[in-house]
Design a protein around this ligand. Structure first.
Ligand code: PEP
Length: 254
């Protein structure tokens, strides 16, 4: 697929996989995608599996990401993990502001923007998630919600930092539900987000930022979604937990 930006497909394992299961999964993915060069590929295991998964992908084309991090560098923050700690496992990416964290941990746009700044300070690329709920979409609020989240979660980033940030558009109603946004819905939302990046940063930055789609991505809907002009990859939950389906998503995106 000839695209303006290099696609990035990331697997968000959420709170799944023991260390042994995670290593087995990534070894399976590795075998399937060993010749892939056209797409950036990332796995985001739980913290407990980062060390072993990192070793397993050491000489491979797969990169490591985490699912969250603290906005602080160190100190009395029980239970938290700092960006520098993720770097110890050679993580390159970190998912921030996933809708599950916005919902269950009440993460605010302001907090997410602090985390994004801390990620960049440690040379980690943040994958910043935004997306509206079904009620917000049906109430005609989609654009307002995206504006608030994009402006708030990316606040304070410099233009070079923004270019190294990935935005994941994940309509909450499509996550883990089997309901995928239609091609038109996805393209419209992505184009809208890119138009916001033009206003908040500039044309060049907006043209360079990769915007992933997330929400029930599976091998059978990948090709259509990835062919959309403003869709630059996928953030995959459920279908990233099985080597064949994640690898098929990657292959179908090329
Ligand atoms: C996600 O949680 O980021 C996600 C997109 O999940 P799923 O692919 O299972 O809908």
């Amino acid at each position: 697929m000839d695209k303006e930006r290099k696609l990035i497909i990331a697997g968000n394992w959420k709170m799944n996989k023991t260390v042994a299961e995670g290593v087995a999964l990534v070894n399976g993915i590795k075998r399937e995608v060993k010749d892939v060069k056209e797409v950036d590929m990332v796995v985001c295991p739980p913290f407990t599996a980062l060390s072993e998964v990192s070793k397993a992908i050491l000489d491979s084309n797969i990169r490591l990401g985490a699912q969250n991090m603290s906005e602080h560098n160190s100190g009395a923050y029980t239970g938290e993990i700092a960006a520098g700690m993720l770097k110890e496992f050679s993580a390159r990416y970190v998912i921030l502001g996933h809708s599950e964290r916005r919902q269950f941990q009440k993460e605010s746009d302001e907090l997410i923007s602090k985390k994004a700044a801390a990620a960049h300070a440690a040379s980690l690329k943040p994958i910043v998630c935004v997306g509206e709920t079904l009620a917000e979409r049906e109430g005609g609020q989609m654009e307002t919600v995206l504006l608030t989240q994009v402006r708030g979660s990316l606040a304070g980033l410099t233009k070079p930092q923004m270019e190294e940030t990935i935005v994941a558009y994940e309509p909450v109603w499509a996550i883990g539900t089997g309901k995928t946004a239609s091609a038109q819905q996805a393209q419209d939302a992505h184009a809208f987000i890119r138009s916001l990046l033009v206003k908040l940063f500039d044309e060049t930055v907006a043209r360079r930022v990769r915007i992933q789609y997330g929400g029930s991505v599976k091998p059978s809907n990948t090709r259509e979604l990835m062919s959309l002009p403003d869709v630059d990859g996928a953030l995959v939950g459920g279908a990233s937990l099985e080597d064949r389906s994640f690898a098929d998503i990657i292959k179908n995106s090329i």
